[in-house]
Design a protein around this ligand. Structure first.
Ligand SMILES: NC(=O)c1ccc[n+]([C@@H]2O[C@H](COP(=O)([O-])OP(=O)(O)OC[C@H]3O[C@@H](n4cnc5c(N)ncnc54)[C@H](OP(=O)(O)O)[C@@H]3O)[C@@H](O)[C@H]2O)c1
Length: 331
């Protein structure tokens, strides 16, 4: 099978398309023929060993100190079940599935345990649309629902609103009943209003946390605003939730829990089947839709990496592994 392989940490050029042995499923695993995957910020950070805020050593201990332990990246996927292990009960040959692989989705085939974060593709979505969801939308869902605990009527500020996590955060915060202010450059404002943003701020023209408006929750997906600055724009018991943080931020967040008033909560989201099912329900209900910036073939995965690293994509950068991923999945 074809796979995008990296053997050393470095720039996009370290990734090469190679032929690898097709995996076989263990007793409780599915073999999935991957139709579409994406390049996420997680793939870029793992490939480049670009862990923010003093997290380089913990990151390297996790991924391989001197060279990558897993040579095929790819966090999210959509495809078709081609084989099932002897003990698999919940999936069948030909099922259209999407999910979180953790790694290994930048290839024509992957194996995944049936109890892991893998679920049927919601009706009406093709492979490209389905693979655009798990990383960004599950992160947004988990951080807004479990960490920020957004309530109807609250004011939410989403920084990085047109990015891969932000674009779903806008939709999910709106679906949870919040009044949403989306921060992105002006060219993305019409799209963000269409996705549910009540207000928009162009960070190039205005500092989003200095305008005098106060929020219950500030969700920061870019890594440009720190708690010290965000505090000014938080209501009295408001919460700052940054996705990128340093060890110092984590300590500051912990300290803020012991004091009254404004707080910072640091968290890392997991990947669960139930959260994929929640996304599928929102898709069916019409409160969430996938947003795709670009679709590129596997052979152009380096270009996809370069684009993602630029930090200005709108939603997902999809990699078409099997041709016609944007068309019907069957066959
Ligand atoms: N803690 C966790 O468990 C967890 C989970 C998921 C993700 N993450 C991290 O969260 C981050 C978000 O990922 P993502 O994939 O959503 O990022 P992304 O797609 O690269 O974000 C792009 C967004 O950032 C905006 N942006 C770029 N430069 C900016 C600036 N100087 N000021 C304000 N906004 C700016 C862009 O706006 P314009 O294009 O309009 O300029 C766009 O809205 C990543 O660093 C990822 O590693 C952490």
């Amino acid at each position: 099978m074809k796979a995008a392989v990296y053997k050393t940490y470095g720039p996009a050029d370290v990734v090469r398309i190679e032929t690898r042995e097709k995996p076989g499923p263990a007793a409780t695993e599915l073999l999935v023929r991957v139709k579409a995957t994406t390049v996420t910020t997680a793939d870029w950070r793992l490939r480049a060993s670009a862990f923010p805020g003093g997290m380089w050593l913990p990151g390297r201990l996790m991924t391989g100190l001197f060279k990558p332990r897993n040579q095929v990246l790819g966090v999210e996927f959509a495809g078709v079940v081609e084989e099932t292990g002897a003990q698999v009960t919940g999936f069948h040959l030909g099922d259209r599935v999407f999910g979180f692989a953790g790694h290994g989705a930048h290839a024509e085939y992957l194996t995944i345990d049936e109890t892991a974060a893998v679920a049927p593709i919601p009706a009406g979505l093709d492979a490209a649309e389905a693979t655009a969801l798990p990383f960004g939308a599950v992160s947004a869902l988990v951080f807004l629902r479990d960490t920020a605990r957004i309530k109807p009527g609250q004011d939410a500020l989403i920084i990085g609103a047109s990015g891969n996590v932000g674009i779903y955060a806008v939709q999910i915060a709106k679906a949870m009943g919040a009044t949403v202010t989306a921060v992105a450059s002006a060219g993305n404002h019409a799209m963000l209003r269409e996705l549910g943003a009540d207000e928009v701020i162009d960070y190039r023209a205005e500092d989003p946390v200095s305008g005098g408006r106060r929020y219950d929750v500030i969700f920061e997906t870019v890594g440009v605003i720190k708690f010290g600055a965000a505090r000014k724009a938080l209501k009295n018991n408001g919460l700052f939730v940054p996705l990128n943080f340093s060890i110092l931020d984590a300590l500051q967040g912990l300290w803020s829990q012991f004091r009254g008033g404004r707080k910072m909560l640091i968290s890392v989201n997991g990947d669960k089947r139930e959260d994929l099912d929640s996304l599928a329900e929102m898709i069916t209900a019409g409160t969430l839709k996938p947003v795709i910036d670009t679709v590129l073939p596997l052979e152009r995965i380096r270009d996809a990496y370069r684009y993602v690293e630029g930090r200005h994509r709108k939603g997902s950068v999809v990699i078409e592994v099997a041709k016609r991923a944007k068309l019907a999945l069957a066959g």
